[in-house]
Design a protein around this ligand. Structure first.
Ligand SMILES: *Cc1c(COP(=O)(O)O)cnc(C)c1O
Length: 467
C-alpha cells in the first residue's frame, strides 16, 4: 500500500486541458492558475486525510471544480432582485429606483469628462452644488442649498456648523432612531452639540421649549418622526410655532424632515406627507432631507435654507469629507427636473409610479401568475391571489398603507408549515434573480406592486428553476 501522497496532475499539465484553455481565454491565465492551485490543494488535503481515493479524481471533475471556482469568483456580489416585500422604498434593497433620465445621465457622466466643478463661462473653478442649487431652490422656495452624501451626513454637518459646543433643544417625542444606527442623541454628540430634551414622549408644549432656552442654546430642532407614530394622548408644537419662538430669541430653527417630499402627494390620491416647501414656508432656517426616499433620486442629503447659513455650512471642513460624487449629481439633476413637469411626474418618476399603480393592475398580474407558480410549486402548496397592503417605506408615512394585490403562498398541509415556508423563502432567494417576499400570518406574501409589467417575463422565465 502506497502511503505517500497520491499523485495529482501538475498545474502546468492541467492548464493544457482544452476546457482550461478555454477558461484562460475567458478569465485570464493568472486567475485560472490560482483556481487550479486552489482546487489541487483541496484535493491533496482530502487524499491525505483519506476522505478521497486517487482513483476517484477524474479530469472532468477537476476541470468542473476549476470552472465553478472561477465563475463564482467573477460573479457580481451586487445583484438585481425582485422586491416583492411590499415595501417600495426598502432600505436594505437600495431604496428608490431611478428614472431613466437619471440612468442615462449617470452613464454619460461615467464615460465622459464633465463640468463638475468647472465654470464654463469664466473657465475658472466652479462649485459642484451649483449644478442643482437653483433647481432645488425653485422647487422648495428656499434661498440656498447644498448636497452631501445622505441625510445623516446633512444633519451631522448642519448641527456641527450651527451649534458647536452649544445646546440644541429637541422634543423627547422626536428623539428618533432610524435603522442602521442613526440616532439623534448620538449624532448630536458626534456633531459636538449638547442635546437638551424637552417635553415627554407623547406630549411637548410650547412652554417646554420656551423654558429650555438659555444663553447656551444655539438651535431649536424638530425631527420628523418618520418611522413611527405617536398616537393617542399626544401634543406636539408646530414648525411655525417653534420657529416663532426661536426667532424671537435670535436663534435658528432646524428641521430634519427625513423623507421630505417636493410635492403634495394628495394630488395623486396618496396620504399627505409634509413637503419641503411647507417646512420652508413655516420659517425653518435649515431643512435637511434624503434624496432617495420620497424624492425618488439617488442617495444624497439635501440641505436647504437661509443663504448665510448655507454659506457657513459649505465652509465647514466636514463638507469636503461629506460631499457627493459626480454620479450622485448626475442622477439628481434630471430627477429634480422631472418635478418641473408635474403632469407627467407619476409616469416618469419611478417611485411615484410605483406608489400610484392601480390595485387592478396588480390584481390582473396576480391572477395570471398564480397558475404558473402553482404549476412549478406543485400541489403541496396553495398559491392564492390576495389583496394586501404595501408600505411606502424608509420611514415615510409609516402608518399609511397602499391597497395592493399579490400572491399568498402556504403549504397545503399544515404540518411543519413554518419550516416549509422558510425553505420556500430560501429557494426563492436562490433564484438567478432572487425573489424577496414577506413572511406574515403563516404565509409567504409576494406583493406585486414593484413587479411592473416589463419585468414580468423575466420573473416567469426563471420560475422553472424552482422545480
Ligand atoms: C431616513 C432619515 C434619516 C437618515 O437619512 P439617510 O438619507 O438614510 O442618511 C435621518 N432622519 C430622518 C428623520 C429620517 O427619516
Amino acid at each position: 500500500m502506497n502511503t505517500a501522497a497520491p499523485r495529482l496532475p501538475s498545474v502546468d499539465k492541467l492548464l493544457q486541458h482544452p476546457v482550461l484553455q478555454g477558461l484562460q481565454i475567458e478569465f485570464g491565465r493568472s486567475s485560472t492558475t490560482d483556481a487550479v492551485r486552489h482546487v489541487l490543494d483541496g484535493l491533496r488535503h482530502h487524499l491525505l486525510d483519506g476522505s478521497l481515493q486517487a482513483g476517484q479524481v477524474s479530469a472532468d471533475a477537476l476541470t468542473q471544480a476549476v470552472q465553478s471556482r472561477l465563475t463564482e469568483r467573477f460573479a457580481p456580489r451586487l445583484k438585481s432582485v425582485f422586491n416583492l416585500t411590499g415595501t417600495v422604498l426598502h432600505t436594505n434593497l437600495g431604496r428608490a429606483l431611478l428614472p431613466q433620465e437619471a440612468v442615462d445621465a449617470v452613464v454619460e457622466a461615467l464615460t465622459n469628462p464633465a463640468n463638475l466643478e468647472y465654470d464654463l463661462e469664466t473657465g475658472g473653478r466652479g462649485d459642484r452644488d451649483d449644478l442643482v442649487e437653483a433647481l432645488i431652490c425653485e422647487l422648495t422656495g428656499a434661498e440656498a442649498a447644498t448636497i452631501v452624501n445622505n441625510n445623516a451626513a446633512a444633519v451631522l454637518l448642519a448641527l456641527s456648523t450651527l451649534a458647536p459646543s452649544k445646546e440644541v433643544v429637541v422634543s423627547r417625542g422626536e428623539l428618533v432612531e432610524i435603522g442602521g444606527a442613526f440616532r439623534i442623541p448620538d449624532i448630536m454628540k458626534r456633531a459636538g452639540c449638547q442635546l437638551l430634551e424637552v417635553g415627554t414622549t407623547n406630549r411637548t408644549h410650547a412652554k417646554d421649549y420656551a423654558e429650555a432656552i438659555s444663553d447656551r442654546t444655539a438651535l431649536l430642532m424638530k425631527v420628523h418622526t418618520s418611522n413611527y407614530a405617536v398616537m393617542g394622548f399626544t401634543k406636539s408644537v408646530s414648525d411655525a410655532e417653534v420657529t416663532a419662538m426661536a426667532h424671537e430669541r435670535g436663534l435658528n430653527m432646524m428641521v430634519d424632515l427625513g423623507s421630505g417630499t417636493l410635492v403634495d402627494l394628495r394630488h395623486w390620491g396618496l396620504p399627505h406627507e409634509v413637503t419641503v416647501r411647507e417646512t420652508v414656508d413655516a420659517g425653518a432656517d435649515i431643512v435637511t432631507f434624503s434624496g432617495d426616499k420620497l424624492l425618488g433620486g439617488p442617495q444624497a442629503g439635501i440641505i436647504v435654507g437661509r443663504k448665510e447659513l448655507i454659506a457657513q455650512i459649505k465652509k465647514n471642513p466636514m463638507k469636503r469629507a461629506l460631499r457627493v460624487g459626480k454620479l450622485t449629481l448626475a442622477a439628481l439633476e434630471p430627477t429634480l427636473r422631472l418635478y418641473l413637469h408635474p403632469e407627467k411626474l407619476a409616469e416618469r418618476l419611478t417611485t411615484l409610479r410605483l406608489f400610484t399603480r392601480p390595485q387592478a393592475a396588480m390584481q390582473a398580474q396576480a391572477e395570471s401568475l398564480a397558475p404558473q407558480l402553482q404549476t412549478v410549486l406543485g400541489d403541496t402548496w396553495v398559491v392564492e391571489p390576495a389583496a394586501m397592503h404595501s408600505q411606502i417605506g424608509s420611514g415615510a408615512l409609516p402608518v399609511e398603507n397602499l391597497p395592493s394585490f399579490g400572491l399568498k403562498l402556504y403549504p397545503a398541509s399544515g404540518k411543519q408549515a413554518g419550516r416549509q415556508l422558510t425553505q420556500l423563502e430560501v429557494r426563492l432567494r436562490a433564484l438567478p434573480r432572487p425573489v424577496i417576499g414577506r413572511l406574515h400570518d403563516d404565509a409567504l406574501w409576494l406583493d406585486l406592486r414593484c413587479l411592473e409589467e416589463p419585468m414580468q417575463a423575466q420573473f416567469v422565465q426563471q420560475l422553472a428553476a424552482l422545480q
